[in-house]
Write a protein that binds this ligand. Sequence first.
Ligand code: SF4
Length: 63
Amino acid sequence: MNVIVDEEKCIGCGRCEEICPAVFHVDEAIGKSEVIDPEACEFVGCCDAAEENCPVEAITLEE
Ligand code: SF4
């Protein structure tokens, strides 16, 4: 699975990191979420929830 965060859209709210910290981390310096381990989506089962709960629809999951 590939996981993409659109940095243009991301507002750095941190919700994705709260929901799925194995995959997402908000870089406080730039106020954007970055994908730290897209492969972990296969095991942790929280990437769909992170995508659904992003308030600005910045997260895309690709099979
Ligand atoms: S939930 Fe969306 S807007 Fe919030 S930090 Fe994550 S990617 Fe950015």
